[in-house]
Structure formats: C-alpha cells, structure tokens
Write a protein that binds this ligand. Structure first.
Ligand SMILES: C[S@@+](CC[C@H](N)C(=O)[O-])C[C@H]1O[C@@H](n2cnc3c(N)ncnc32)[C@H](O)[C@@H]1O
Length: 337
C-alpha cells in the first residue's frame, strides 16, 4: 500500500497522463472526495492505487481535456508567476472605478490608471505576440460628467507598448428602462481590444452569422451596378459588390455584439453572460489554446474555456468567489466524466 504526498502524486499523475497535473489539481480531487485523503501527522497523502484507478478510468478524457488553473490572490502579484508569451487570449472585466464597493471593492476614478498599469504590464508580458486582450470596461458618471479614466487608460497602455486595435460594443439587449433627469440608461459597455502585434490570430469564420431575410428579396434581381464593385459616392473608399453575397447563407458580424445579461443565478453581482467570453474564445482561439481571466469573479471565462476545450487560468482575490468558480467548473467536469 504505497502512500504519496500531494507533490509526489502530482508528479506521478503528470508522468502517467503525459501532461502537467498541478498539486492544486490533486488537492482538488481530495477536496471533492474523488480520491481519499490518508496520512499521518497532519500531512495529506493519497494512495497510489486510488490515484492510478482514478487516472486510468479518465485517461482518455484527461488526454483530450484542457486544464483549468485557479489562483486565489491579487492578480498584480500572481501574474508575475506566469511565464512570458504563454497566453493566447485574455478576456476580463476588472472592477470599475468606485462601483460595487460593498461587494468586492472599487478604485477611485483618479487612481484607476495608476492601479491598472502594473497589471496591464504583466498582461503584456504573458500574452503571446499572436494573442489578444479583451478588456470590458465602462466609465462611470461623476458630478454629471462621464469620467475620462478609460480614455486615459487607453493612452497610457499604448505608451506601455499595447496596440489599441479595436473597440467592440457590447449592446445589452435586455436592459430594462429607467429615468434620469439628464441622461438615458446605459445599455452598452466597451470591449476594448488590445494586441502586441498587428498580426494576431483571428478565426473570423468561427463567428459568422446568418445573412438574414433581407437577402431573399434584395439578391433576387441584381442590377448591372450590383454585379461590379460600386464605390461609395461620399468618397469614403468603401465599396461593395452585391453579387458577392448571392448563395451565401452566412456573413461576418459587425463590431457590435448584441448579448443579454444573465446575472440571476450566478451568485456574483457582475458576471458575464456565458455568450460573451464564448464569442471571443471562438474568434481568437483554437482548441487547447490558453485563455486567461485575471479578474475571474464567478469564473464564466474559465467555465466557457473548459466547455470549448481551451486551457484556462483564472485569478480571483476573494475566497468565496474562488469556491464559486470551483463549483461551476466541477459541475461541468462531472458531466464530462
Ligand atoms: C467585474 S468582476 C468579474 C466578473 C466575471 N467576469 C464573471 O463573469 O463572473 C471583477 C472581479 O475581480 C475581482 N478582483 C478585484 N480586484 C482583484 C485583484 N486585484 N486581483 C484579482 N481579482 C480581483 C473581484 O473580486 C471580482 O470578483
């Protein structure tokens, strides 16, 4: 009856399945009773025979399945432990300035850029040159004016070495109505795209959308102009050849992403809808690539990465949210096994 420490078990399992099994993965198996904790003098040990049974049973799944790593702590520190150029996609939503003070804190608008820059510096280091960083953020209103910290942040990140390549708009489809004396309700948020290099991986075909009913009538009887590239009369340089769309069932989407919020059953006040990380994971990664969320919250990015067979790394500062992430991830893992 051979006993192994958690470290020995992680080495044994890594060797057995042919990819890295962290000590936290072993601790996770023990915590959820998938293998028993044995041992004396307070040190956790596991039985080699049980470990072997577990990995033998799930060998095919583990060889196929991507890994999820979850860290508890401040991403400013934990990011420093990740290797250079190792991440394909970062999708995240940091705390917005001063908002949700009662749940997970907030940073004042005038300190926001100063707070974020050391974090974005690490993100720049860990992202691969072919990778993409999607930052979900929205400026708040202070004294009747929109704050400028997002714009200031973009300028400072460019100085840090980032390219600000695109801005997607997240249109919150199910936003309910409200009344303010001098503005209307926010129904959109920024999804800023940053890259290290102009040439980055982008799998546009993965997010094509149906062409829509307009095509049935419009493409039926084409004029002569429809059959050639017709340049815009306003000199914008934009041109189109309508006949190119004949016979096409799908087309590329725009940079406005129409998604509903869905916070009801996530136990987190600012969770992403599943479809938000899902869309960017499809667009910027392939299976087994590495996705990072340094402000993981309830772990929506990690959960969707797991479902889409991408490796993922999540960092979260609050222990209760780390537990929430683990239960979300485990729920799906159990469905797989
Ligand atoms: C807007 S929420 C993210 C929600 C997430 N997108 C989801 O789908 O659940 C921001 C999260 O960042 C965490 N957080 C705040 N400061 C942090 C830090 N310095 N390092 C890591 N996590 C942090 C908060 O506890 C919060 O859960």
């Amino acid at each position: 009856m051979q006993l192994l420490s958690i470290l020995e078990a992680s080495k044994w399992a890594s060797n057995y399945i042919g990819k890295n099994v962290t000590t936290s993965s072993i601790a996770y198996l023990v915590q959820y009773g998938l293998i028993r904790k044995v041992g004396e003098n307070g040190s956790t040990q596991v039985l080699l025979s049980e470990l072997e049974d577990y990995y033998k049973k799930h060998l095919t799944t583990f060889r196929k399945q991507a890994q999820t790593e979850i860290y508890l702590g401040d991403c400013k520190d934990i990011l420093k432990t990740l290797p250079d150029n190792s991440v394909d996609l970062i999708v995240t939503s940091p705390p917005y300035a001063d908002q949700r003070k009662n749940t997970y804190g907030g940073i004042t608008p005038d300190k926001y850029v100063e707070w974020f820059l050391p974090i974005s510096k690490e993100l720049l280091r860990v992202l691969k040159p072919t990778g993409t960083f999607i930052l979900n953020i929205k400026e708040k209103v202070v004294n009747g004016e929109r704050s400028t910290y997002v714009m200031e942040l973009i300028l400072e990140m460019r100085k840090q070495g980032w390219l600000w390549t695109e801005e997607f708009i997240w249109h919150k489809k199910n936003c309910y109505p409200g009344k303010w004396s001098n503005r209307f309700r926010d129904a959109w948020e920024r999804l800023l795209q940053f890259n290290k290099d102009k040439k980055f991986n982008m799998y546009q075909d993965a997010v094509k959308v149906p062409i829509g009913n307009w095509a049935n009538g419009r493409l039926k009887n084409l004029s002569e102009t429809d059959k050639i590239r017709d340049n815009a009369k306003n000199g914008s340089g934009f041109g189109k050849n309508i006949s190119n769309w004949v016979g096409k069932a799908t087309v590329y989407p725009t940079n406005v992403v129409h998604l509903s919020t869905e916070c009801n059953n996530k136990n987190h006040s600012a969770a992403f809808p599943d479809s938000l990380p899902e869309w960017f994971i499809k667009l910027f990664t392939q299976e087994k690539d590495v996705v990072l969320d340094p402000f993981a919250g309830s772990g929506t990015t990690l959960k969707m990465s797991q479902r889409m067979n991408r490796n993922s790394i999540g960092i979260e500062i609050l222990p209760e949210y780390v537990e929430l992430i683990k239960s979300n991830i485990k729920e799906y893992e159990n469905q797989l096994l």
